[in-house]
Design a binder for this molecule. Structure first.
Ligand SMILES: [Zn+2]
Ligand SMILES: [Zn+2]
Length: 98
């Protein structure tokens, strides 16, 4: 069971596109899937530079664009580290598995 909408990928892709593939917190330039040059990066570099969508109110069923923040993986983890939640991180952050 997932609360993510069918168009989740599309939705977040559009938001990332709007952000020019930059983290909205630290501004780091992240990679666009399928872009030239991705192959030169190691797997860990790639996962570090992969943008993720974060729910500002920590409510995964609130998928309105204004509730979603585009973050790099480091910033995203920062939002969740130390926060007590009964939602499993894998469920909360689907993008981490991409
Ligand atoms: Zn960041
Ligand atoms: Zn998150």
């Amino acid at each position: 069971m997932s609360e993510y909408p069918d168009n989740w990928k599309e939705l977040t892709y559009q938001l990332k596109e709007k952000n020019n593939w930059k983290c909205s917190k630290c501004g780091i330039q992240c990679i666009k899937p399928g872009a030239q040059g991705n192959k030169q990066l190691t797997k860990s570099e790639r996962s570090k530079l992969t943008l993720q969508a974060h729910h500002s109110d920590y409510n995964v069923s609130n998928n309105r664009p204004e509730n979603l923040r585009i973050l790099c993986s480091a910033c995203h983890l920062g939002y969740h580290c130390g926060r007590r939640t009964n939602i499993h991180p894998n469920q909360l952050c689907l993008d981490l598995k991409l």
